[in-house]
Design a protein around this ligand. Structure first.
Ligand SMILES: Nc1ncnc2c1ncn2[C@@H]1O[C@H](COP(=O)(O)OP(=O)(O)OP(=O)(O)O)[C@@H](O)[C@H]1O
Length: 223
Protein backbone atom coordinates (compact mmCIF):
# COMPACT_ATOMS: atom_id res chain seq x y z
CA UNK A 1 0.00 0.00 0.00
CA UNK A 2 1.19 3.50 -0.84
CA UNK A 3 -0.69 6.49 0.51
CA UNK A 4 -0.01 10.23 0.19
CA UNK A 5 -2.01 12.70 2.27
CA UNK A 6 -1.64 16.42 1.54
CA UNK A 7 1.93 16.01 0.37
CA UNK A 8 3.95 19.05 -0.68
CA UNK A 9 7.53 19.01 -1.93
CA UNK A 10 9.93 21.80 -2.72
CA UNK A 11 13.69 21.61 -3.07
CA UNK A 12 15.32 24.02 -0.64
CA UNK A 13 13.47 27.32 -0.70
CA UNK A 14 12.25 26.80 -4.27
CA UNK A 15 8.69 26.58 -5.57
CA UNK A 16 6.41 23.62 -4.84
CA UNK A 17 7.30 20.77 -7.16
CA UNK A 18 4.42 18.75 -5.70
CA UNK A 19 1.41 20.55 -4.24
CA UNK A 20 -1.24 18.86 -2.12
CA UNK A 21 -0.91 15.37 -3.57
CA UNK A 22 -3.41 12.78 -2.31
CA UNK A 23 -3.72 9.20 -3.52
CA UNK A 24 -3.76 5.60 -2.40
CA UNK A 25 -2.42 2.57 -4.25
CA UNK A 26 -3.52 -0.85 -3.01
CA UNK A 27 -1.18 -3.85 -2.75
CA UNK A 28 -0.77 -5.60 -6.09
CA UNK A 29 -1.87 -2.68 -8.28
CA UNK A 30 -0.09 -1.80 -11.54
CA UNK A 31 -0.09 1.98 -11.90
CA UNK A 32 1.44 4.47 -14.30
CA UNK A 33 2.32 8.03 -13.36
CA UNK A 34 2.12 10.18 -16.47
CA UNK A 35 2.63 13.84 -17.20
CA UNK A 36 4.82 16.23 -19.19
CA UNK A 37 8.53 16.68 -18.59
CA UNK A 38 9.15 18.53 -15.32
CA UNK A 39 5.67 17.73 -13.95
CA UNK A 40 7.12 16.09 -10.83
CA UNK A 41 6.92 12.37 -11.70
CA UNK A 42 10.49 11.53 -10.63
CA UNK A 43 10.06 13.55 -7.45
CA UNK A 44 6.93 11.58 -6.59
CA UNK A 45 8.78 8.27 -7.05
CA UNK A 46 11.74 9.49 -4.98
CA UNK A 47 9.39 10.29 -2.10
CA UNK A 48 7.97 6.76 -2.22
CA UNK A 49 11.46 5.23 -2.25
CA UNK A 50 12.53 7.44 0.66
CA UNK A 51 15.21 9.05 -1.50
CA UNK A 52 13.75 12.51 -0.80
CA UNK A 53 11.64 13.61 2.18
CA UNK A 54 8.38 15.50 1.63
CA UNK A 55 8.29 19.13 2.77
CA UNK A 56 4.83 18.61 4.27
CA UNK A 57 2.20 15.90 4.48
CA UNK A 58 2.20 12.21 5.33
CA UNK A 59 3.51 9.31 3.26
CA UNK A 60 2.73 5.68 4.09
CA UNK A 61 4.55 2.88 2.28
CA UNK A 62 3.85 -0.79 2.95
CA UNK A 63 2.14 -0.04 6.25
CA UNK A 64 4.86 2.27 7.54
CA UNK A 65 4.75 6.02 7.87
CA UNK A 66 7.97 7.14 6.16
CA UNK A 67 7.81 10.93 6.03
CA UNK A 68 9.23 11.13 9.53
CA UNK A 69 11.22 7.91 9.37
CA UNK A 70 14.45 8.09 11.34
CA UNK A 71 17.64 7.32 9.41
CA UNK A 72 18.07 3.99 11.23
CA UNK A 73 14.74 2.77 9.76
CA UNK A 74 15.80 3.46 6.15
CA UNK A 75 17.24 -0.04 5.52
CA UNK A 76 13.67 -1.33 5.96
CA UNK A 77 12.52 0.87 3.10
CA UNK A 78 15.44 -0.23 0.93
CA UNK A 79 14.20 -3.81 1.25
CA UNK A 80 10.49 -3.02 0.87
CA UNK A 81 10.83 -0.86 -2.24
CA UNK A 82 12.86 -1.72 -5.33
CA UNK A 83 13.83 1.49 -7.10
CA UNK A 84 14.85 1.80 -10.77
CA UNK A 85 15.86 5.36 -11.61
CA UNK A 86 16.37 6.94 -15.03
CA UNK A 87 20.10 6.82 -14.53
CA UNK A 88 20.52 3.14 -13.67
CA UNK A 89 23.42 3.84 -11.29
CA UNK A 90 25.09 0.58 -12.26
CA UNK A 91 28.67 0.20 -11.10
CA UNK A 92 31.14 -0.21 -13.96
CA UNK A 93 34.05 -1.33 -11.80
CA UNK A 94 32.50 -4.79 -11.37
CA UNK A 95 30.66 -7.38 -13.42
CA UNK A 96 26.89 -7.79 -13.78
CA UNK A 97 26.32 -10.34 -11.02
CA UNK A 98 28.32 -8.29 -8.55
CA UNK A 99 26.03 -5.34 -9.26
CA UNK A 100 23.05 -7.53 -8.39
CA UNK A 101 24.81 -8.89 -5.29
CA UNK A 102 25.34 -5.44 -3.82
CA UNK A 103 21.95 -5.00 -2.07
CA UNK A 104 22.28 -8.51 -0.61
CA UNK A 105 25.73 -7.74 0.76
CA UNK A 106 24.33 -4.56 2.33
CA UNK A 107 21.52 -6.65 3.85
CA UNK A 108 24.16 -9.02 5.28
CA UNK A 109 22.99 -12.16 3.46
CA UNK A 110 25.23 -15.22 3.66
CA UNK A 111 27.47 -15.46 0.55
CA UNK A 112 26.21 -18.74 -0.94
CA UNK A 113 22.53 -17.85 -0.53
CA UNK A 114 23.25 -14.39 -1.93
CA UNK A 115 24.84 -15.96 -5.03
CA UNK A 116 21.83 -18.20 -5.59
CA UNK A 117 19.40 -15.30 -5.19
CA UNK A 118 21.41 -13.02 -7.50
CA UNK A 119 21.56 -15.65 -10.26
CA UNK A 120 17.80 -16.26 -9.90
CA UNK A 121 17.14 -12.51 -10.23
CA UNK A 122 19.26 -12.36 -13.40
CA UNK A 123 17.41 -15.34 -14.81
CA UNK A 124 14.04 -13.69 -14.11
CA UNK A 125 14.99 -10.69 -16.25
CA UNK A 126 16.41 -12.88 -19.03
CA UNK A 127 20.10 -12.26 -18.38
CA UNK A 128 21.26 -15.80 -17.60
CA UNK A 129 24.74 -16.35 -19.02
CA UNK A 130 25.64 -12.65 -18.82
CA UNK A 131 26.73 -12.73 -15.16
CA UNK A 132 30.40 -12.12 -15.91
CA UNK A 133 29.92 -9.25 -18.35
CA UNK A 134 30.76 -5.73 -17.30
CA UNK A 135 27.66 -3.51 -17.65
CA UNK A 136 29.50 -1.45 -20.32
CA UNK A 137 29.51 -4.58 -22.49
CA UNK A 138 25.69 -4.76 -22.31
CA UNK A 139 23.09 -3.04 -24.50
CA UNK A 140 20.84 -0.30 -23.12
CA UNK A 141 17.96 -2.76 -22.72
CA UNK A 142 20.19 -5.28 -20.97
CA UNK A 143 21.46 -2.60 -18.60
CA UNK A 144 17.87 -1.67 -17.78
CA UNK A 145 17.09 -5.31 -17.07
CA UNK A 146 20.21 -5.56 -14.90
CA UNK A 147 18.98 -2.55 -12.91
CA UNK A 148 15.65 -4.35 -12.50
CA UNK A 149 17.43 -7.52 -11.31
CA UNK A 150 19.26 -5.45 -8.71
CA UNK A 151 15.98 -3.83 -7.64
CA UNK A 152 14.12 -7.14 -7.22
CA UNK A 153 16.86 -9.28 -5.67
CA UNK A 154 15.74 -8.33 -2.14
CA UNK A 155 12.19 -9.41 -3.05
CA UNK A 156 10.56 -6.03 -2.49
CA UNK A 157 6.80 -5.67 -2.03
CA UNK A 158 6.83 -2.57 -4.22
CA UNK A 159 8.68 -1.77 -7.45
CA UNK A 160 8.99 1.79 -8.70
CA UNK A 161 10.60 2.65 -12.01
CA UNK A 162 11.29 6.01 -13.63
CA UNK A 163 10.91 5.94 -17.43
CA UNK A 164 12.34 2.40 -17.64
CA UNK A 165 11.79 2.17 -21.39
CA UNK A 166 13.06 5.62 -22.41
CA UNK A 167 15.59 5.44 -25.25
CA UNK A 168 14.86 1.78 -25.95
CA UNK A 169 13.63 0.28 -29.21
CA UNK A 170 10.11 -1.17 -29.24
CA UNK A 171 11.16 -4.78 -28.75
CA UNK A 172 13.44 -3.99 -25.78
CA UNK A 173 10.71 -1.81 -24.25
CA UNK A 174 8.21 -4.63 -24.60
CA UNK A 175 10.56 -7.10 -22.89
CA UNK A 176 11.12 -4.71 -20.00
CA UNK A 177 7.37 -4.20 -19.57
CA UNK A 178 6.81 -7.97 -19.60
CA UNK A 179 9.32 -8.27 -16.75
CA UNK A 180 7.33 -5.73 -14.72
CA UNK A 181 4.07 -7.44 -15.59
CA UNK A 182 5.43 -10.81 -14.42
CA UNK A 183 6.41 -9.35 -11.06
CA UNK A 184 3.06 -7.65 -10.74
CA UNK A 185 1.31 -10.96 -11.46
CA UNK A 186 2.93 -12.51 -8.39
CA UNK A 187 1.70 -9.64 -6.22
CA UNK A 188 4.38 -6.95 -6.45
CA UNK A 189 2.82 -3.47 -6.42
CA UNK A 190 4.23 -1.71 -9.48
CA UNK A 191 4.44 2.01 -10.17
CA UNK A 192 6.00 3.29 -13.40
CA UNK A 193 6.59 6.90 -14.43
CA UNK A 194 6.27 7.38 -18.17
CA UNK A 195 5.15 9.82 -20.80
CA UNK A 196 4.84 7.15 -23.44
CA UNK A 197 1.14 7.12 -24.33
CA UNK A 198 1.32 3.92 -26.40
CA UNK A 199 3.03 2.05 -23.58
CA UNK A 200 0.41 3.09 -21.07
CA UNK A 201 -2.42 2.20 -23.43
CA UNK A 202 -0.94 -1.29 -23.76
CA UNK A 203 -0.21 -1.97 -20.08
CA UNK A 204 -1.95 0.41 -17.70
CA UNK A 205 -4.74 -0.65 -15.45
CA UNK A 206 -4.68 2.76 -13.76
CA UNK A 207 -2.94 6.02 -14.55
CA UNK A 208 -2.25 8.94 -12.22
CA UNK A 209 -1.85 12.11 -14.28
CA UNK A 210 0.28 14.86 -12.89
CA UNK A 211 0.91 18.33 -14.27
CA UNK A 212 2.89 21.12 -12.63
CA UNK A 213 2.96 19.22 -9.35
CA UNK A 214 -0.79 18.57 -9.14
CA UNK A 215 -2.95 15.62 -10.07
CA UNK A 216 -5.17 16.43 -13.00
CA UNK A 217 -7.69 13.65 -12.38
CA UNK A 218 -9.81 13.08 -9.31
CA UNK A 219 -7.62 11.64 -6.53
CA UNK A 220 -8.38 8.05 -5.66
CA UNK A 221 -10.64 7.54 -8.66
CA UNK A 222 -9.48 4.81 -10.97
CA UNK A 223 -9.16 5.87 -14.58
N1 LIG B 1 17.29 17.97 -6.63
C1 LIG B 1 16.57 18.98 -7.17
N2 LIG B 1 16.80 20.25 -6.82
C2 LIG B 1 16.08 21.26 -7.33
N3 LIG B 1 15.09 21.11 -8.23
C3 LIG B 1 14.81 19.86 -8.63
C4 LIG B 1 15.53 18.73 -8.12
N4 LIG B 1 15.01 17.62 -8.70
C5 LIG B 1 14.03 18.04 -9.53
N5 LIG B 1 13.91 19.38 -9.49
C6 LIG B 1 12.91 20.18 -10.24
O1 LIG B 1 11.63 19.66 -9.98
C7 LIG B 1 10.80 19.74 -11.14
C8 LIG B 1 10.18 18.40 -11.38
O2 LIG B 1 11.21 17.46 -11.70
P1 LIG B 1 10.95 15.91 -11.87
O3 LIG B 1 12.24 15.30 -12.25
O4 LIG B 1 10.25 15.41 -10.67
O5 LIG B 1 9.93 15.92 -13.10
P2 LIG B 1 9.53 14.76 -14.11
O6 LIG B 1 8.06 14.86 -14.29
O7 LIG B 1 10.07 13.46 -13.65
O8 LIG B 1 10.27 15.20 -15.44
P3 LIG B 1 10.92 14.29 -16.62
O9 LIG B 1 9.78 13.64 -17.31
O10 LIG B 1 11.60 15.32 -17.48
O11 LIG B 1 11.87 13.35 -15.95
C9 LIG B 1 11.69 20.25 -12.27
O12 LIG B 1 11.42 21.62 -12.46
C10 LIG B 1 13.10 20.05 -11.74
O13 LIG B 1 13.96 21.04 -12.23
Amino acid sequence: MIEFQHVFKSYGRGRNILADINFRIEPGEFVFVSGPSGAGKSTLLKLIGGLEPPSRGTVHVNGHRIDKMPARARPYLRRAVGVILQDTHLLYDRNAINNVLLPLAVAGLETRLAGTRARAAMEKVGLSGKEDLNPVEMSGGEQQRLAIARAIVNRPAILIADEPTANLDQESARRIMEVFRDFNRVGVTTLIASHDGALMAAYASRTLRIDAGRFTDIPGVKS
